[in-house]
Design a binder for this molecule. Structure first.
Ligand code: GRF
Length: 208
């Protein structure tokens, strides 16, 4: 049986990438990371990947500056890199760049993102601070398929955490992040097992 080939896109710290690596190494997630790609040269996530002997690529956004549509041109390069490594599922793990139709059309229902809120509440940046500012009592995280539009695609899995009296963005983020580290590998494993079916906005999980 062919093992699912992942392309993980990162921009920063890489704790979600680390969670995926850990679950693969322990055998809980039956997939392999074909390539880790970053739009940030010095992303700590790239160092983590290298420590585990993974193939890493830094794709410099400046390399497409001046083109008529730099975002699409960037995603064309990204797509070529993913295809070169025979990637079957793209995982956005703290990838801080909007993906365009170039990638979305080529990998329809095969791009996942992790977001630190219970979508559709609080899409975009600083989701944990948005949740605090709104005064919600329950926060959480979401793994969803990526479509055009910010954090709006079909929801695969969600986990909730309580918001506690005196929480700051940091304390709430830490509580959510612990759940993210379980949720994203779980979604990847469900995909690897062929148990996710998208119907309109809904993602059905077989034998959940
Ligand atoms: C996570 O909170 C994730 O939900 C969001 O960006 C953060 C990335 O953290 N999309 P890390 O780089 O995986 O540690």
């Amino acid at each position: 049986m062919n093992i699912l080939r992942l392309g993980v896109l990162v921009s920063g710290r890489g704790s979600n990438l680390q969670a995926i690596i850990n679950e693969i190494e322990s055998g809980t997630v039956k997939a392999e990371i074909a390539v880790v790609i970053s739009n940030k040269h010095k992303a700590p996530a790239l160092e983590r990947a290298e420590r585990h002997g993974l193939t890493t690529v830094f794709l410099d956004p400046k390399s497409v500056a001046g083109m008529s549509d730099p975002r699409q041109a960037y995603d064309q390069k990204l797509l070529e890199t993913l295809q070169h490594h025979h990637v079957q599922l793209v995982v956005l793990a703290g990838y801080m760049k909007i993906v365009t139709s170039v990638l979305i059309d080529a990998y329809k229902s095969r791009i996942m993102n992790i977001h630190p809120s219970l979508l559709p509440s609080f899409p975009g940046l600083h989701a944990q601070q948005q949740a605090l500012d709104h005064g919600v009592k329950v926060a959480g995280c979401t793994v969803h398929f990526v479509t055009e539009g910010m954090d709006t695609g079909p929801i695969i899995l969600q986990r909730a955490v309580p918001v506690k009296e005196g929480d700051t963005a940091d304390t709430l983020s830490d509580r959510i992040l612990k759940e993210e580290h379980g949720l994203l590998p779980r979604a990847i494993q469900l995909f690897a097992e062929g148990r996710l079916k998208v119907e309109g906005r809904a993602v059905h999980v077989r034998d959940a």
